[in-house]
Ligand binder design. Sequence first.
Ligand SMILES: [Zn+2]
Length: 283
Amino acid sequence: MPELPEVETVRRGLAPVMEGHVIAHASVNRPDLRWPFPPRMAERLTGRRVQALRRRSKYILADLDSGETLLIHLGMSGRMLVSGDPLGVFVHDHPAPEKHDHVVLEMETGARITFNDPRRFGAMDLMDTATAEAHKLLAALGPEPLGNDFNEPHLVAALHGRNTPIKAALLDQHIVAGLGNIYVCEALYRARIHPGRKAGRISARRVAALVPIIREVLADAISAGGSSLRDFRQADGELGYFQHSFDVYGREGHPCRTPGCEAKIRRIVQSGRSSFYCPSCQR
Ligand SMILES: [Zn+2]
């Protein structure tokens, strides 16, 4: 499932083929994904110039010159493929259409962007740009972890008195937007905080220290995604999934990477999701 760094990598991969360019033709091949598409979606996209390509949490937002914004959510299995770009960023020929190619955007430049999603948990919607922040998927989101509103006073206040485990608190999208299971595990490892520790029982000093750590974990992953962007220009044009080595995530039973620590990484299940941590380093 793509998390914030993967979505940001997709955004960065799409930006050169979309930003400033006109959608010459949009094809919408089914009535819905997770939810029904908005009425006349293909017509409302066709002929529009993409003025900016933004990201909010795990959503990609394309602002159109019609005053509307296209929201794209990759869901569990959504993939974006770019082909036939004459600007030379992507050199792939158009692939043969596949069964799960639900939305295809043909750009005026000749580039093609294909949204493929076998499990159909993804979503696309159109909204007025002016009121985009009030969209049902965006309205309740907390601050962006890489933005200025996510800071030490905010996190200390948000966790104050909370009886939930820190793992659950950091996954709460009202507290911080876009953090998922993988990067919360990695951030708690770097902060040396046990994922089961009650959020309200962690000292303000340790909570404050989490803020730069969360930013650093995400920035490292985004930079790994950037390397993958350079690689897949020679590969198959699929955006967003990249090899990344984690310190704890998926490493149950493997040795802790902290120098001098001899413990092995453990896995526990919290609210139905796996948490990976070092029982020696994280308290
Ligand atoms: Zn350790």
